[in-house]
Ligand binder design. Sequence first.
Ligand SMILES: Cc1cc2nc3c(=O)[nH]c(=O)nc-3n(C[C@H](O)[C@H](O)[C@H](O)COP(=O)(O)OP(=O)(O)OC[C@H]3O[C@@H](n4cnc5c(N)ncnc54)[C@H](O)[C@@H]3O)c2cc1C
Length: 451
Amino acid sequence: MNSTVDVAVVGAGSAGCSAARRCAEMGLETIMLDRKPRQLVGQKVCGDEVSRSHFDATGIDYPQEAEILNTIHGADIYPPGITNEMKVRGWKEFDGWILHRLNFGQRLLNEAIRAGVTFLPECHVTGPTLKDGQVVGVKYKAKETGETRAVQAKLVVDASGLAGVVRTKVDHPLVEKQVDKNDIALCQREILHLREPLPEPNVARVFLGRRIAPSGYAWLFPRGPEEVNVGVGVTGGEGKSSPKSYLSSFKERYEVLRGSDVIESAGGAVPVRRPLMSLVADGIAFVGDSALQVNPIHGGGIGAGMRAGVILGEIAKQAIAREDTSARGLWQYNTAYLRDFGKRLASLEIFRRFLQDVGDEDIDFGFEKRVLEPEDLMRANRGDGLSLGLVDKLRRVGRSVGRPGLLIKLQRAASLMKMVSKAYAQYPSRPEMFQKWCLDVASILDEAHFT
Ligand SMILES: Cc1cc2nc3c(=O)[nH]c(=O)nc-3n(C[C@H](O)[C@H](O)[C@H](O)COP(=O)(O)OP(=O)(O)OC[C@H]3O[C@@H](n4cnc5c(N)ncnc54)[C@H](O)[C@@H]3O)c2cc1C
């Protein structure tokens, strides 16, 4: 290996492997470091659900047999009362798989290595090395020898997950080092064996409402007719019980889970806001959870990070060929990701705030009277925003008699989602316009409160 490689990717999760593989495919000399031993790469506390649409968008092969625990066709979305659920069927975005996470992660790693990536397992990265404010490599501790070493790279990719082990140590006006705790969901996830088989074992279930998970959500993803991946994610934390205790009450309240046997139980955390405002700085780029590339409604980040990795690989190639891996040289990664998929994630942050702020009774009412419709969720999820036409509005006004506040809030959310989508579609083409753009987005988000 040369003393300076083209690209050093920190973290071999789904985002890191996708980025590293694409860089290597583009002919870049790429190394990837992970603190885990090779055989554990891919293991992660997760809901394990991934939509087919991400594979279609990236060209990454669909999961194969040993990587699949179950296939998913549709979702049921439950309000806090756990009745009057919305049945979403026939929408491609909701169809996909429940993964065998380790096998899937191993496949992504093997594909990266086959493409030419040099993988360094059991290397704990401690931070960046810097020269004149530009990231020029990373420092790491190799478990085998206990030595601290450094690798120099024209581009460092932080794909270390929510920890952001490099990002949090870079002082740069473009880098958001800290993430607000209200934008992180603390989760408890269990694998359960049910007393009785599920009636629809290929349908995912998502549960909304404060009673179930304050400022968060719960999920049930079937791994088969009698085995499920169940969890609760709670944001904020202050004055709230632990996600573990919310999960335990949820299991009591939801009949299907009562009396089930716990096979595995573990905690985790996931960001639930729009992606980082800039995905690049001088000598560095961010992908996956490190870049907060996660669906803010349900915390799904496998696909969002894979999409970013593939885009970044192509832009890294051009930047390195031009010998310019400054923020300006890498800027196209910002525009390519944030004007397109990032726009969708940002508008979903507004929808998340809407769902969090309206009370349980309003959500129950909205589901019962169909003031909220499956189409709303699907359009929001696709990034199309919520557009309530005149006929649609009149229909819903009729249904929301006695509780007009909910419809007014829904309309306000729809309009803010549209505004944020528009702002992201106009993501600045040059760094000079970045600060002004951030202020514009902040002023839209300041309005996004629905209590
Ligand atoms: C409970 C829970 C449920 C979820 N459910 C879903 C779901 O159903 N569907 C979905 O799409 N997403 C889900 N997510 C989110 C999803 O798991 C993440 O978005 C996704 O795994 C992020 O991938 P990543 O590659 O960015 O990070 P990670 O998968 O976290 O990978 C980061 C890698 O970096 C390595 N690393 C960390 N620190 C260092 C260091 N100092 N040195 C070297 N290596 C380091 C780690 O070992 C790891 O291999 C869930 C998350 C949680 C917590």
